[in-house]
Design a protein around this ligand. Structure first.
Ligand code: SF4
Length: 506
């Protein structure tokens, strides 16, 4: 009898909930053949085992939240649901993540069979300026936080004369609740390499680096293995010259996600932010033209070259083109990764994909964009998810992390936590952030302990304003937003602490 072919994710998040134990048991069975794939990002369903059915790999059956006792039924083909019947997956528009859950991360032949390296082949046939023009038509903006037009950076690097140019992947994915960069590196590393090579071709770069946060050992390992495979296949060269890619581990500093601090770190120094201009596209690594973009940005590029810039521009909203990767976490029923066109409201995303609140909890606040993101109450949930709407609301999309908080959350404690985070992670280069974050933490300690006066709360908002307007980079400049929005939208929690002090009970 032909053994059943089963698929199980080898992603860090799947392994964290027992995928390796299931794999070990399945490998002991002669009537099952196990293939470890990337993850579909439906973490609330993990560990998830899939099985081929007659209509092919995309039409698999799936068993969710699998335990050891489910394995006999899975091997025998009993039970399960069609993969396409899971709305969390079927309602998405997956382009950048189209291989997730389907391919084996380090199977180069599978990547090529599914259209991998077609974008690079097209880029190699195009003039450099035409590649950049395609990105301009696409309207691709950097997916890391600043949302700067990618073509403009590439054009600046392309037009700057230099004997050396670099492509640097910012894989220092430090925002709370974000993990899509890790998933690309672990699950579809060839796509990232392809995006780097297209960029290198467009700007005339001579070397590439992947700066990966040290908390991602599996991702760094997958990237190194993928680079070796691409090299062995003879694909790691441009214009007849070898194009080396090094994978470098950071030392765990949040500010190294800022592009100039990252470059300082890559050069072997402490990760301190450089004043801009000059921008890295003109003077970056070793003061040579350098494109620094995050994993997701590079991973979006191959499809644009394959399908064309107009295709990408047809998705999303007027000024936020294409799709966005949202990582939904916190107190929701269905945490996981989704890829959808820009434009859906936060409320719809949380309802449709997040599945509403986790059992037994009620919504209180949501934070989009990591520890520097604004804290929004329920009344703000109708904001469309796109760069401009968020900017108009005084918020950022950042790297697409969405964290939901429930009614048990202490908003003063939360504000204090984020200011303390900034104080810990500040690089120290500028006074508003270095000193301001310490004073901010002290003031929030007073509020939290019921020992602050109204005057000190006013001082806190003044301080936040100074940090916002006078800091050198986004870490200090955005740090006040969680605090200010917590005070604005949840004033009662702050006032109650003050009243306790005034009543002599704090
Ligand atoms: S804002 Fe903070 S992290 Fe940024 S340069 Fe100033 S001290 Fe460094």
């Amino acid at each position: 009898m032909t053994p059943a072919t089963l698929y199980l994710s080898n992603d860090t998040s799947s392994r964290a909930v027992g995928a390796d134990r299931l794999a070990k048991q399945l490998r002991q069975q002669s009537n099952a053949r196990l293939i470890r794939t990337s993850s579909r990002g439906a973490f609330f369903l993990e560990p998830m085992i899939e099985r081929d059915v007659t209509e092919g790999r995309e039409g698999r059956m799936v068993w969710c939240n699998v335990t050891a006792s489910d394995l006999p039924n899975i091997v025998a083909g009993r039970g399960g649901v069609p993969l396409r019947s899971i709305p969390f997956l079927s309602a998405q528009s997956r382009f950048t993540f189209s291989n997730f859950g389907i391919t084996q991360p380090l199977a180069l032949d599978e990547y090529r069979t599914r259209g991998g390296f077609e974008g690079l082949e097209r880029a190699l046939d195009m003039a450099r300026d035409s590649i950049i023009e395609e990105l301009k038509i696409a309207g691709l903006r950097g997916r890391g936080g600043a949302a700067y037009p990618v073509w403009s950076k590439w054009q600046a690097a392309r037009q700057t004369e230099s004997d050396e140019k670099f492509v640097v992947v910012n894989a220092d994915e430090g925002d709370a609740g974000t993990y899509c960069d890790r998933m690309v590196m672990e699950g579809d590393p060839f796509r990232l390499i392809e995006g780097m090579l297209i960029c290198a071709r467009a700007i005339g770069a001579t070397k590439g680096y992947v700066y990966c946060r040290q908390e991602y050992p599996a991702a760094a390992g997958a990237m190194r293995a993928a680079v070796r495979k691409v090299e062995e296949a003879g694909l790691l060269e441009l214009n007849g010259r070898p194009f080396a890619i090094d994978v470098v581990l950071g030392a765990g500093s949040y500010v190294c996600g800022e592009e100039t601090a990252l470059l300082e770190s890559l050069e072997g120094r402490r990760g301190v932010v450089r004043a801009k201009p000059p921008y890295p596209a003109v003077s970056g690594l070793y003061r040579k033209p350098t494109i620094v973009s995050n994993v997701l940005t590079f991973a979006t590029v191959p499809n644009i070259l394959t399908r064309g810039g107009a295709w990408h521009a047809s998705l999303g909203t007027d000024r936020s083109r294409g799709t966005i990767a949202l990582q939904i976490g916190g107190r929701v029923a269905q945490p996981g990764l989704v890829e959808i066109p820009f434009g859906l409201s936060l409320r719809k995303v949380l309802d449709q994909f997040g599945g509403g609140m986790a059992a037994g909890s009620r919504f209180k606040a949501v934070q989009v964009g990591g520890p520097l993101g604004s804290l929004f109450p329920e009344s703000k949930l109708d904001i469309p998810i796109c760069y401009d709407s968020f900017s108009d609301a005084g918020a950022i999309l950042g790297h697409g992390g969405i964290v939901v908080y429930d009614e048990d959350t202490d908003m003063v404690e939360l504000a204090r936590h984020f200011m303390a985070f900034t104080a810990d992670e500040s690089c120290g280069k500028c006074t508003p952030c270095r000193i301001g974050s310490l004073r901010g933490r002290e003031l929030l300690d007073l509020v939290h302990g019921g020992r602050a006066t109204k005057a000190e709360l006013t001082l806190l908002t003044d301080l936040a304003d100074t940090m916002r307007t006078a800091s050198l980079c986004a870490l200090g400049g955005r740090a006040p937003y969680p605090v200010l929005t917590a005070i604005e939208h949840f004033p009662g929690e702050f006032q109650t602490r003050l009243r306790a002090q005034e009543a002599g009970t704090g």
